[in-house]
Design a protein around this ligand. Structure first.
Ligand code: IPD
Ligand code: CA
Ligand code: CA
Length: 272
């Protein structure tokens, strides 16, 4: 019988290979997709669906017992393994708006949970050909090289990343006030456009912190583990850990966590 860590390592290797292969599918479709809106400003393309189909088929080939939670609603791919102790959480293309406009980055995000705990996280930034992987307890790797969060101690020296609201913009004023506080307190703010990559870039020390509301589990499942394994901290705006289903994300190098939390805390009732 294989021990748990060996199984997680094997799952990481499979996920890393699948993410790179899925990246090839996305690259093939780049610049030649038909875009549909599944909701206001919520885009989906054949590439999202093809990549998801590929990932589900391959995961079931390697791990037939594992359940899957994935973003796109593919009626021909119902799972039926809901009670399983292992579950994959998949975003086939994170950053579809970037993808459809030819703007980097966009990512493929795969997480494996065991008994509800994320144990493997893989994010592949396709345009930059960068693969971020982690197994719980085993550290963060970027293209196979060990990496860590930044050592920035103060907001004054910090570069922060965020996601602007774009679907339900009912809390826009409050968001803009928080953004204003963060702009005033820090070295600057960026909006790259793919939450999984925002988290990966906090994990490896490019950004010192990230905040956003309205995120779904597939946007953040893998990225949360990357940040934690890079030595950082991830909470909701109340400071509670493991915000995978919280629809609020605050991820930092740990050192600036409380200071950034104070600036975004007035958004603690915003989940959209
Ligand atoms: C989106 C991206 C974006 C974030 C959105 C997500 P999608 O994912 O991660 O950065 O601001 O909230 O929904 O829809 O491109 O997979
Ligand atoms: Ca996403
Ligand atoms: Ca997506």
């Amino acid at each position: 019988m294989m021990d748990a860590y060996t199984l997680y390592e094997e799952a990481r290797e499979v996920a890393a290979r699948l993410a790179r292969d899925a990246g090839q599918i996305a690259r093939y479709y780049a610049g030649r997709v038909t875009v549909r809106e599944k909701g206001y400003n919520e885009l989906v393309t054949q590439a999202d669906e093809e990549v998801q189909r590929f990932l589900i088929e391959q995961i079931h080939r390697h791990f037939p017992e594992h359940a899957i939670l994935a973003e796109e609603n593919l009626s021909d791919m119902q799972d039926g393994r809901e009670g399983a102790s292992f579950r994959w959480i998949i975003d086939p293309i994170d950053g579809t708006t970037n993808f459809t406009h030819g703007v980097p980055p966009y990512g493929i995000s795969l997480a494996l949970q065991h008994e509800g705990r994320t144990v493997v996280g893989v994010v592949y930034d396709v345009p930059h050909d960068e693969l971020f992987t982690a197994v719980r307890g085993g550290g963060l790797y970027v293209n196979g090289v060990r990496a860590r969060v930044s050592q920035t101690e103060t907001l004054r020296e910090a570069l922060i990343t965020t996601g602007f609201p774009y679907r339900e913009v009912v809390h826009l004023e409050e968001y803009l006030e928080a953004l204003g506080r963060v702009i005033r307190a820090t070295r600057g703010v960026r909006r790259p456009g793919a939450a999984s990559v925002d988290l990966a870039w906090v994990a490896c020390g490019r950004f010192d912190g990230f905040f956003e509301t309205g995120l779904s589990p597939w946007d953040v499942a893998a990225g949360i583990l990357l940040v934690e394994e890079g030595g950082g901290r991830v909470t909701d705006f109340h400071g509670r850990p493991d915000p995978i289903f919280a629809r609020q994300m605050l991820a930092t190098n740990g050192r600036i966590h409380e200071a950034l939390c104070e600036l975004v805390a007035p958004l603690h009732h915003v989940y959209a």
